[in-house]
Design a protein around this ligand. Structure first.
Ligand code: FBP
Length: 272
């Protein structure tokens, strides 16, 4: 619909690319994720820095959105995620993300897009598929785009492919996300530009964004990874720990923006 197309533009610049800040970690991993730079446990403090640095969009759960929404600029894309799990659950139940909020409430909070995770290959895949289909149906009905965090994850994947980052499973997850109706996909790095290009192909034109992952030792290592994503035809990145676990998130964001939007050489971007 027109609404979906218009709202997707909130995230992507004219070049069709986006850098989005992810901050659902207090729930999905627990507040310990903020320990490297403890002041960032306050959503207002980190959000202020991230927005000042010029981020294109942000992703949060509903409760923290309420706390941090005043820090956003009018044109900052707001993605509200409606599924998660805690790490307090028994290990084998961590292969399920549960619904924790509702589309209408996310829209009242000002969301431009709704997000939900599916762990493709999980023993609970069926539950997450239905959950995603229901959330997507509500969102689309109201003219809102739906973002899928398409994460292959589960015992059979490890047995058959050796890793959840194997491009064959990552591209399967991305394609499954397209087939179920996602307007944007966030997924793992597959280890090389060539393999990530296959993931992009499998998504058949639906934008594919990198899921940041654990903080790299040096900022330039992460910039190189994002550069390869862009070279592979990726639409950008959704980044959490590589931003908020750094003492100075602003230079990192500015460097990431140069790589995402200008294909700038990572070493140069890091220096600037
Ligand atoms: P990061 O850039 O920190 O990896 O954030 C992206 C993200 O998908 C978060 O939205 C989420 O909380 C986290 O990664 C989940 O990571 P995992 O499931 O791999 O533990």
């Amino acid at each position: 619909s027109v609404g979906i197309r218009r709202r997707l533009k909130r995230f992507f610049r004219r070049d069709g690319r986006a850098l989005i800040f992810a901050m659902d970690h207090g729930f999905e991993h627990g507040p310990a994720d903020f320990e490297p730079v403890w002041e960032h446990v306050d959503p207002r403090i980190i959000m202020r820095k991230v927005v000042r640095a010029g981020i294109d969009g942000v992703m949060m759960l509903p409760g923290v959105t309420r706390l941090a929404v005043d820090e956003l600029k009018p044109d900052t894309g707001l993605m509200i995620k409606l599924t998660s799990k805690t790490e307090l659950r028994p290990k084998d139940e961590q292969l399920l993300q549960s619904q924790l909020g509702f589309v209408e409430d996310a829209i009242k909070l000002g969301a431009d897009a709704i997000a939900a995770t599916v762990y493709w290959g999980s023993p609970q895949e069926d539950v997450m598929m239905r959950q995603f289909a229901e959330i997507a149906s509500y969102a689309h009905d109201l003219g809102f785009p739906i973002v899928q965090f398409a994460y292959p994850r589960g015992p059979y994947i490890n047995e058959k492919y050796g890793s959840k980052e194997d491009y064959r499973v990552v591209m399967y997850g991305a394609r499954a996300a397209v087939e179920i109706g996602a307007d944007m996909i966030k997924t793992y790095w597959t280890g090389s530009k060539e393999t990530f290009a296959k993931v992009v192909d499998a998504a058949a034109g639906v934008p594919v964004l990198l899921s940041g992952g654990a903080k790299t030792d040096s900022p330039v290592d992460f910039l190189k990874l994002v550069w390869e994503v862009i070279e592979a035809g990726g639409a950008g990145a959704v980044v959490g720990r590589n931003i908020f676990q750094r003492e100075n998130p602003e230079p990192m964001i500015r460097a990431l923006l140069r790589v995402v939007h200008r294909n700038e050489d990572p070493e140069e971007a890091a220096k600037a």
